[in-house]
Design a protein around this ligand. Structure first.
Ligand code: COA
Length: 221
């Protein structure tokens, strides 16, 4: 099992969050749909009017040291906080893979994230919507996802949420099974409930067509 830590995301994590948002979109065959930028991530997660929050999974210093030791045959630098792992420093080769990429806090790579926000249901009160849940391929099946998931639930409970909700593609059977094993119910199966969406073009069309021709009511705002 990998040694990792789950913590709240900070503004320093924006680049990593953006990277993982793109990776998840690619996994979902929707890479082309990502239009947000790292500035948007910063603005909407850490700006004045925050719309969402995120938890991130970060490898422990020990885990990275062990990996680097395993990957390299010669003494190399461990490029995050000195003293965390006690590996002797002596740079002889270029850093391998992403372990010394300098991402995350103190250079510890982020290997997963969950992005969520709070909303209000007129029947049940506050609830939490989980937008993204992702662990990088290399680090899957180490229990990171389960702890990340439990941490969101813990957060949601502390916010007095009556439920957590999220969406999953029907082809993503592994994730669907995973969620059901955790006790989730499928509202499409259970209640015939579907997720509906209007994109920006249709929103503008709706406003232009409906409000432009509306008479007898105050549509000024
Ligand atoms: C779902 C996910 C976050 C779980 O993270 P994780 O750290 O691997 O989770 P855990 O180690 O706690 O549990 C492992 C279980 O995840 C499930 N799983 C779901 N999707 C998986 C995937 N693409 N690869 C591996 N396991 C997956 C498996 O059931 C696995 O159990 P198993 O080892 O008995 O087969 C991670 O697999 C992932 O990022 N998948 C791709 C993105 C995705 O589908 N996200 C959810 C969108 S709704």
């Amino acid at each position: 099992m990998a040694s990792f830590n789950i913590r709240k995301a900070t503004p320093k994590d924006c680049q990593d969050l953006m990277r993982m948002i793109k990776e998840l979109a690619a996994y979902l065959n929707k890479a082309d749909e990502v239009v947000i930028t790292v500035n948007d991530v910063e603005k909407y997660l850490f700006g004045e009017k925050r719309l969402a929050e995120a938890l991130v999974a970060e490898l422990s210093a020990e885990e990275i040291c062990q990996r680097i030791e395993g990957e390299r045959t010669q003494k190399e630098e461990c490029r995050f906080d000195k003293g965390d792992c006690g590996i002797e420093k002596s740079i002889e080769t270029e850093p391998v893979s992403h372990f010394a990429s300098g991402s995350g806090h103190a250079g510890r790579p982020l290997v997963g994230y969950a992005l969520y926000f709070y909303n209000f249901h007129t029947w049940y009160g506050p609830y939490c919507f989980i937008m993204d849940f992702y662990v990088t391929e290399e680090w899957r099946r180490n229990g990171i996802g389960s702890v990340l998931w439990a941490k969101i639930i813990q957060e949601a409970l502390s916010m007095r949420c009556s439920n957590v909700t999220w969406e999953v593609y029907d082809w993503n059977k592994r994730s669907m099974d995973y969620y059901k094993r955790k006790g989730a119910c499928d509202l499409t199966e259970q209640d015939g409930k579907h997720v509906l969406l209007m994109d920006r073009k249709d929103m503008e069309k709706c406003v232009a067509e409906t409000l432009a021709s509306a008479t007898g009511s105050d549509v000024s705002s």
